[in-house]
Ligand binder design. Sequence first.
Ligand code: CP3
Length: 347
Amino acid sequence: MTTSTHAPVDQSVFLRACRGEPVPHPPVWFMRQAGRSLPEYRKIRAGIPMLEACRRPDLVCEITLQPVRRLGVDAAIFFSDIVVPLAAVGVDLDIVPGTGPVVGQPVRSAADVDRLRPLTPADVEYVSEAVRLLVAELGGIPLIGFAGAPFTLASYLVEGGPSRTYARTKALMYGQPDVWHALCARLAQITREFLEVQIAAGASAVQLFDSWAGALSEADYRSYVLPHSAAVLAGLDRVPRIHFGVGTGHMLGAIAEAGADVVGVDWRTPLDVAAAQIGPGRAVQGNLDPTVLFAPWEFVEAQVRRVLAEGAAAAGHVFNLGHGVLPDTDPDILGRVVDLVHGGSRP
Ligand code: CP3
């Protein structure tokens, strides 16, 4: 990974595909490519809590680079978490292994929302530093910055942790719409500033994770969520913007309207069907089922080829999984998928 041997990052296969320009092969990266599927990750993280790791630029840099070195992916994803900016503005939370983010005092009233202060770049200086270190190391390989979208962040703040039904989140949304919109407006500011910080430090693209937006009907998504996600994406148009959610096959048109350049699609919706819903002028990202990686290689290969064929229907295609890499995934299989997408093979 040296700058001299790579084309300029702006001409990378990943950024070209995001912009819908012709590419020799689709680019490939994996959501959660850094993490527990890699033995080198488990080793370096041993004994260090997740949020502490996210605040140490040396560790963030090394962990972000691990899958790039091992797998040969076309982009790096910044190692952090969607709740890092919330912790940075003083929300009492922790990331509990095997559970996810847990919030000490859930947000359920106007007074709770008032306590959520705006994010400033000084709150996340360690993020700027880690991005700068990474961009220097990565040379021609683009770095994707990311943040959680207002709905997904609100779901953790309101529920107090992960949820299956989002009952409390929806109760606030339907019962106190003014409080809901005030909360989402604050979260949109935090998310947008967090992404601005990463872009200013050199990130080449950003992904907005609205992982749990699929829990909503299209009508509710449009009324309660879309304007806030659109506000996040609107000012960030100097880099490609990817917008991803799980289980959003019933409302991909609305997700696209929020304004991203690339729409991330889970495995439930074929990419050609997704491309028709999304409309012209936007690329798609996805969407191999992460569990397919546990099947025999012949099956994996057939599924990768199917995803590639369906992705070809869109203005651009960034190959990825339909959601994050599962912790038990064999990293060698990920490497073979990269080679297959690149048009070759790995024994
Ligand atoms: O490689 C990458 O993709 C970058 C790292 C990344 C992490 N979290 C690291 C992480 C990214 C992009 C995220 C985003 C994130 N975090 C999302 C959106 C993506 C998605 O999955 O839809 C969400 C919903 C979260 C919240 C969160 N943080 C969850 C659900 C968990 C898993 C809890 C568990 O242990 O099962 C986390 C913790 C987390 N984030 C880990 C990592 C590597 C595991 C912590 C550890 O290794 O100790």
